[in-house]
Design a protein around this ligand. Structure first.
Ligand code: ADP
Ligand code: ZN
Length: 527
């Protein structure tokens, strides 16, 4: 038996030999070591974190074959080409091959000539294929993009459910190692449960890539921002994600009109055009790719210098995956999210439009709410992200996110906060942000009058501000944890324990200047 130390020494030599890298990244080392010890392993790493090496190196060291489940044909081909170029015997089997080619590859595997075989999950649904696989020595099953097994994730694929019965049928159970960039608790539970991982070692690493400067910008003229940014960033490749095809087309036309080599990608375009645009982007023939979230899975372009989100994505998982396509080469890159309140409406509309059961809907609203809180938060954005995904981190600031770089002073907003909390309290914590804002504004709208909220002592106490300013302020207080929102399409805003302390005068509220109204409303909060 080799000791763990010897194994890792050998692993490191193989890394040097086949990939030319002097050492593993910290997360990779832990995962490789876990797999080599024979444990089922769940590796969660951001896009670009280096997942493939985590199973490719063990594949070289384990006897027999490693079967890799991979969802995309293009991705499979890229990986196998890279392996072959590095001198590793690998192959893929997918629908682009003829029956003869498929048989040749299976025969090669049976002769023990392959270390890695890539297949799409759909293949595991074919009886004949499963029968063939039973005749091989499969030491490891590596499941790439493992979040696709979960309905809670954003790319659920039914065929991923075929993995577990397939493993159960094999004469000898392989080590099962699953990889993804998605790390929410529900998806993690599903990956462990649905893939039936045996007592797995779970590693969450490297979400906070320190070459990525994260920004959330509110209140920008988005279109101008994008045009400006692309124009001032010379020849650097970038991706602009927009929520709708219409916005993609619009930005695409404008960027091109301003002379920037631009491509576009969305589900409404013919396959061929999409493929051409994708290739052109990979080979730097176009500089900016404007796309919906249909673009990107499996794109291996390492020098993307910026990812701009024209709209807020539906949840943090989607955001981290898309933003994570920037800076995969480790060079400084920017991830900019252009937020507007309209984005919240769009995402709610999309949730409502999509027929699904109540539990899922509920879950989507909850995730959306967390995304909104991220956009309003004033703490270090990297912390916000790591906290969301439950990754442990030390409490040093990243120093490069828009919140860390925010030089506006913190201003005492205690009085305003007290007015808002008091108003919510008086409305018996039964209404949403919009109605609370109307009452504070002193609006005469029907609902306000219907509930006689014009009789409340807090009615109109913020009349000098617009309702939009008031609701922005409330949203900041939600993001800062003073208020909580119930889940659902019409969330109700409630006081969190922190707000009670503020009302009692035991706690101050400090906020960034523009969030704080310039003119304090007249009168006291009346606790
Ligand atoms: P993922 O599948 O997690 O998105 P990849 O496996 O494609 O990431 O790796 C991302 C990039 O990091 C690739 O360009 C890869 O060559 C590089 N990389 C991975 N591991 C190392 C390492 N140990 N040292 C240096 N570069 C690495
Ligand atoms: Zn920061």
């Amino acid at each position: 038996m080799r000791t763990e130390l010897q194994s890792m020494e050998e692993a490191k030599q193989l890394l040097q030999k086949y990939y030319g890298y002097p050492d593993f990244r910290e997360g990779q080392r832990k995962i490789v070591s876990s797999v080599l010890s024979g444990a089922d392993t769940l590796g969660i790493m951001p896009t670009g974190g280096g997942k493939s090496i985590c199973y490719q190196i063990p594949a070289l060291m384990l006897p027999g074959l490693t079967l890799v489940i991979s969802p995309l044909i293009s991705l499979m081909k890229d990986q196998v080409d890279a392996l072959l170029a590095a001198g590793v015997s690998a192959a893929y089997i997918n629908s682009t091959l003829t029956g003869k080619e498929v048989n040749e590859r299976i025969r090669a595997a049976k002769r023990g000539e392959l270390k890695l075989l890539y297949v799409a999950p759909e293949r595991l649904e074919l009886d004949w294929f499963r029968e063939e696989m039973k005749e091989l020595t499969i030491s490891m099953l590596a499941v790439d993009e493992a979040h696709c097994v979960s309905q809670w994730g954003h790319d659920f694929r039914t065929s991923y459910l075929a993995i577990t019965p397939f493993v159960a049928e094999l004469p000898r159970r392989p080590i099962v190692a699953a990889f993804t960039a998605t790390a929410t608790p529900e998806v993690m539970d599903d990956m462990i449960g649905l893939l039936k991982l045996h007592d797995p070692s779970v590693f969450v690493t490297g979400l906070g890539r320190d070459n990525l400067a994260m920004s959330v910008l509110r209140g920008e003229n988005k279109r101008e921002f994008v045009l400006n940014y692309a124009n001032t960033h010379g020849s650097q490749p970038g991706i602009v994600y927009a929520a709708t095809r219409k916005d993609v087309d619009d930005l695409y036309e404008r960027l091109r009109a301003s002379g920037i080599p631009t491509g576009r990608y969305h589900a409404g375009l013919p396959d061929q055009e999409r493929e051409e645009n994708q290739e052109a982007f990979l080979y730097d023939d176009i500089r900016v790719m404007v796309a919906t979230n249909a673009f990107g899975m499996g794109i291996d372009k390492s020098n993307v210098r910026y990812v701009i989100h024209y709209n807020m994505p539906k949840n943090m998982e989607a955001y981290v995956q898309e933003a994570g396509r920037a800076g995969r080469d480790g060079e400084p890159s920017e991830c900019i999210l252009l937020f507007s309140a309209q984005d919240i409406m769009t995402q709610k509309f999309l949730i409502e439009q999509n027929p699904q059961d109540e539990t899922r809907k509920h879950n989507e609203y909850r995730k959306l709410q967390q995304m909104i809180e991220y956009c309003y938060s004033t703490k270090c954005l990297r912390w916000g992200m790591l906290d969301y995904f439950g990754e442990e981190h030390d409490h040093s600031l990243c120093g490069i996110c828009s919140n860390c770089r925010d030089e506006r002073e913190l201003v005492d907003a205690t009085t305003d906060a007290q007015i808002i909390f008091s108003c919510i309290h008086r409305m018996r914590e039964r209404f949403g942000v919009a109605l609370v804002s109307s009452v504070l504004k002193g609006s005469q709208n029907k609902k306000v009058l219907q509930y006689s909220f014009d009789q409340l002592s807090t009615y109109g106490m913020m009349r000098r501000r617009t309702e939009k300013e008031i609701s922005e302020l409330i949203n900041v207080l939600i993001a800062e944890g003073y208020l909580s929102l119930s889940e659902g399409q019409y969330p109700i805003v409630k006081l969190a324990p922190l707000a009670i302390d503020v009302l009692k005068g035991k706690q101050q509220v400090m906020l960034r200047a523009p969030e704080t109204p310039q003119t304090a409303a007249a009168g006291s909060s009346g606790g």
